[in-house]
Design a protein around this ligand. Structure first.
Ligand code: ADP
Ligand code: MG
Length: 334
């Protein structure tokens, strides 16, 4: 279909979204009524999370296509469900769109949303559509489930726990800097991969769910603001401290190639939007966590230890410790 949203209007746009995304399944009331009707699995508790992305703050349409934007808007929410150890089930999308947006662009947005959600069986059940005279805004809400008492909070870390991170860290922030400086053209292989880590992060759904259901993680968070900041949230809410070893940080070869080791470490510690999982676990869980990597499809690395003494310390290769301050991204801060 061609043309602008102004041509088909709000209801035409919603009908179009409905036909694109299909029926959310038997016994579910999705798009088209006053509220969605859903059921989580018997005996499960419900998890709900929402995240908003604003043009000019979270994304720039100059180097983010609509499909990539849709994908990412869903992925950041899926990651939050993963960080609770849950299983995502349904999603809703609220958008404020420029009437001059093209129908193909709206299609691209929902293609991206669906490409993030469908592989995990997560189905669209509703949303809201308004026009915007300023920036485009997209807000995604995901409803998920977890066995009662198994959702993993930020507050469960105890002194003596190991600290783990999935995948590698710092890639996304470096990828963003590359995109900002040079756009998507003329990038080498490492840079293309780093940019993709920014534009198309992989929510660690399976790892999160296995860590939650198996009662393996004592606390968990996803890395959205940066390792130093997100670790800070766990420590704060758990009332503990941490020692992190610099030479254990999982840093990709691509990041080292693109940024050099010194900057790579800075990206790894403070760069946001990796959407990897940062979690703690009792030492007795080590074996089970090592085994879980294969089923989860992602590497898991121990980067340090939880301490009774508050605050975070970064220990370098020579064994010298320095205070690790939360220095990731924070809105309203300059
Ligand atoms: P109401 O006026 O009762 O809020 P709406 O006209 O806003 O109804 O929405 C009609 C239906 O379309 C609802 O089921 C709503 O959840 C769905 N919907 C609206 N906008 C979107 C969207 N952007 N994406 C998905 N579903 C949407
Ligand atoms: Mg509405």
């Amino acid at each position: 279909m061609k043309g602008f949203l102004s041509g088909i209007g709000e209801f035409g746009s919603i009908d179009h979204i409905k036909s694109m995304c299909g029926s959310p399944g038997r016994g579910v009331v999705g798009i088209g009524d006053d509220a969605a009707v859903i059921n989580v699995s018997p005996g499960m508790t419900t998890l709900v999370t929402t995240d908003m992305l604003v043009e000019g703050v979270h994304f720039d349409l100059a180097y983010t296509g609509f499909e990539a934007l849709g994908y990412k808007s869903a992925a950041v929410n899926l990651s939050d469900i993963a960080a609770m150890g849950g299983r995502p089930r349904f999603y809703l999308v609220s958008v404020a769109l420029n009437p001059r947006m093209r129908l193909e662009e709206l299609e691209g947005l929902y293609r991206g949303l669906e490409s993030a959600c469908r592989p995990f069986g997560v189905r669209l059940v509703g949303g809201d559509t308004t026009s915007s005279v300023g920036p485009m805004v997209i807000s995604v809400t995901i409803i998920g489930e977890a066995p009662p008492g198994r959702a993993v909070k930020r507050s469960g870390a105890r002194a003596g726990d190991d600290i783990y991170v999935t995948g590698s860290v710092g890639d996304s922030a470096c990828g963003l800097d590359i995109l900002k400086a040079r756009g998507t053209g003329g990038l080498n292989k490492d840079e293309v991969w780093l940019a993709a880590r920014h534009l198309k992060p992989s929510p660690r759904i399976k790892a999160g769910r296995l860590l939650g259901e198996g009662r393996l993680a004592s606390s968990m968070i996803d890395i959205s603001d940066g390792l130093s900041s997100d670790l800070g949230h766990i420590l704060e809410q758990s009332g503990v401290g941490a020692v992190v070893y610099k030479d254990r940080l999982p840093i990709s070869g691509d990041l080292i190639n693109a940024a050099g080791i010194k900057k790579a470490v800075r990206y790894a510690l403070h760069g946001g939007e990796d959407y990897e999982l940062l979690f703690t676990a009792r030492p007795s869980r080590r074996k089970k966590i090592a085994v879980l990597q294969e089923e989860a499809g992602v590497s898991i690395t121990t980067i340090g230890k939880v301490t009774a003494e508050r605050g975070a310390v970064l220990v370098d290769e020579k064994g010298v410790g320095k205070v690790l301050r939360p220095s990731g991204y924070e809105h309203f801060r300059k």
